[in-house]
Each structure stands twice: as structure tokens, then as C-alpha cells.
Design a protein around this ligand. Structure first.
Ligand SMILES: [Zn+2]
Ligand SMILES: [Zn+2]
Length: 355
């Protein structure tokens, strides 16, 4: 009989996940078995917990599956490896993170580095298939990213929260190449704090961060924000325009509500760029003709790619990015999600199954 491990699984649509026992998975061809050192909890996990069955089925997901898509761990073993696996750079015992965004590696979008658009992207580890809230997980070798001496028990959030922030920053960095350029980050939760650090590492721009929570604002200041503002509300756009000498060049909105989108659009100068990263589903019920800056561009929801994960892993290794995480045991996972849902966390929670 196969050996068993603990796993936190969604077993039925619309029901709370359960801490249960499942067989330790066996790596298939060109896959590795990874001992999970830490798995970051993400807001999208909460969405999955309450997702109607029709939505999950339309995504091609089948119950049950183990949650968790921000995974750091160590390589335990490999399945049979073909010549195309490029496994020679990895060894048993090595610390890695697993690319969170799923991709096929073969389609036209994958070939041009736009794995976010790959038709395989809707199902991955922790969203439709077994993820990292377990003692072990399997992953294709092509999803492994080496992290050197970084602690894999804390590095999981690199693969999603930090990578998503990096994707947005990399895309707007061309607007932020002079010291008198400015960028507003709306929201200083997990993603916003990463966005601050990556902006500070990759651009000379002045970084303005807006958040309601004073603890998050002070963390943003420690992590590269030049100025922090209380918000988001009706006065936010005016405050941002004043703080940026007439308007910011770039807005990175990691919230995505009606209020944040309107505040962001109204705080931009002409020719700027608005990156919508947050997935709160906000609307923009304003006339686009008279309310918004001229010549601005808008980036819709983006996600991240393998290149982003590698880039943030490198920034972490250089000390340009800090991981603001607190750790919890797998037995504490339900309470940890409750705290995430309450919305008052500073940084990310990483669940360490070995604790
Ligand atoms: Zn996520
Ligand atoms: Zn693809």
C-alpha cells in the first residue's frame, strides 16, 4: 500500500476544505517529487472554497484536489527523465520554488513568452489539480526554479504574489526611467509590498503607496515607498496628483474595486499607464471621453510567467526583495485562511507542513 501524507483538500464544491490523508504522489515522466517546505496562502484560494460547481467544472476542474499554488520545497526524487527535461541543473535535496502559473510549453503563446495566455493556464497545482498544502507535491521539471540559499520554507509567495507584481512592473518600467517619474501603488497587501520593492529595485521612480491600514503603510515605507497616503476614497486622486506634481506616470492597482480604478485613472497624467492587477471585479462607470487622461494606456489583468518567477528569485537572492511572511503549521491552516479572509494581514502567511 502507498504511504500516506497529510493534505488540505477541497473535496466537494461549496464545502470547506478538509485536512485529510492521501497517498504520497509518484512523479511521472519528466516530473519531480518535491517535499513542501512552505506554501503561501492566496486570496484566490478563498474564491475556490466558495466557487459554484458549474464554474469549477467549466474550468475543467475535478474534485477532490489539494489547495495551494505558492510552493517552495526541496527535490526528493525524479520520475523517468527524457532528454528534453533539462534536469541536469537540478539535484535531489536542492531548494526550489514551483512556477505557479500553469503552461503547456508548446503553444504559440508559450513560445513567445506569454504563458499567461496559454489555454492550459486555467488548471494548475492548487487550482484544479493537487497543490502544495500537503507534505509532498509532484511538478514537471520545467516548473522548478532554483533559489540558491534562500529558505524554501518562506519563498513560496515568490511564485505568485511577487511574480505577478514583477510582471506588472516589468511592463510599465519603460514609463519610469527618470528620477522625476512617479508611480502610485494602490493597496499595500502582499502584492503591493512586493510591487514597491520591485519598483525600487528596477526603476528610479518616486513611489507613492495608498492603503487604509497604517501598519501596511509603514511596512510600505520600509520596503521602498517614498511617500504613503491614506485611502482609497474620493480624495485619493487629488492627493496623488498633488504628491506627484500634477499626476503620476503609472498606476499599479492591486485592489481592483470601483473606487481604486476611478482613483487610479484620475490620478494619472496624460500619456501614462494604468495596470490593473487586483481582481476585486470593479467597474469603471464613467465616460471615458472627459474623465481620464489623454494618451494613457491600460493593462488588464495579467498574471505572471516563468520569467517573472526567475526574475524575483534572482532579486531575492540579491537581497533586493524581502519576504514579509509569517509561518503556520498545516494543522493551523483553517485559522490562517480565516485571518487572510478578514483582510488585516501584513504580508503573506506561509503554511509549513513540516512544522
Ligand atoms: Zn494566487
Ligand atoms: Zn501553452
Amino acid at each position: 500500500m502507498a504511504e500516506l501524507m497529510t493534505a488540505y483538500r477541497l473535496v466537494e464544491w461549496g464545502h470547506s476544505p478538509e485536512l485529510t490523508y492521501v497517498p504520497i504522489p509518484v512523479p511521472g515522466e519528466d516530473e519531480a517529487l518535491v517535499a513542501v517546505a512552505g506554501n503561501g496562502l492566496c486570496h484566490s484560494d478563498l474564491t475556490m472554497m466558495s466557487m459554484p460547481g458549474e464554474v469549477g467544472s467549466a474550468l475543467g476542474w475535478h474534485m477532490p484536489f489539494t489547495l495551494g499554488h505558492e510552493i517552495g520545497g526541496t527535490i526528493v526524487s525524479f520520475g523517468p527523465l527524457s532528454a528534453t527535461a533539462s534536469a541536469e541543473q537540478f539535484t535531489v535535496g536542492q531548494a526550489v520554488v514551483l512556477v505557479s502559473a500553469n503552461s503547456c510549453g508548446q503553444c504559440a503563446d508559450c513560445n513567445r513568452g506569454m504563458e499567461t495566455l496559454c489555454s492550459s493556464a486555467t488548471t494548475g497545482r492548487g487550482y484544479g489539480r493537487d497543490g502544495g498544502l500537503a507534505e509532498f507535491v509532484v511538478a514537471p521539471v520545467r516548473d522548478l526554479v532554483a533559489i540558491g540559499h534562500v529558505d524554501p520554507g518562506r519563498a513560496g509567495p515568490l511564485t505568485d504574489a511577487a511574480a505577478t507584481s514583477h510582471h506588472a512592473v516589468a511592463r510599465v518600467a519603460k514609463y519610469l526611467q527618470s528620477a522625476d517619474s512617479s508611480v502610485a501603488v494602490l493597496g499595500a497587501g502582499g502584492l503591493g509590498i512586493f510591487a514597491c520593492q520591485i519598483l525600487a529595485a528596477l526603476t528610479p521612480a518616486r513611489i507613492l503607496v495608498v492603503d487604509r491600514d497604517p501598519v501596511r503603510r509603514s511596512l510600505a515605507q520600509e520596503r521602498g515607498a517614498h511617500q504613503v497616503l491614506d485611502g482609497i476614497d474620493r480624495s485619493t486622486a487629488k492627493a496623488l496628483r498633488e504628491a506627484s506634481d500634477g499626476g503620476v506616470d503609472v498606476v499599479i492597482d492591486v485592489i481592483g474595486t470601483d473606487d481604486s480604478i476611478i482613483a487610479g485613472m484620475r490620478s494619472m497624467r496624460g500619456g501614462g499607464s494604468f495596470a490593473l492587477v487586483g481582481s476585486e471585479g470593479g467597474l469603471l462607470p464613467k465616460s471615458w471621453f472627459s474623465n481620464f487622461p489623454q494618451e494613457a494606456e491600460i493593462f488588464t489583468f495579467q498574471g505572471s510567467t516563468r520569467r517573472d518567477v526567475a526574475a524575483v528569485a534572482a532579486l531575492l537572492g540579491q537581497g533586493a526583495v524581502e519576504l514579509d511572511v509569517e509561518v503556520a503549521a498545516l494543522s493551523e491552516v483553517t485559522a490562517a485562511y480565516e485571518r487572510l479572509g478578514a483582510g488585516s494581514l501584513t504580508g503573506r502567511i506561509v503554511v509549513q507542513p513540516g512544522r
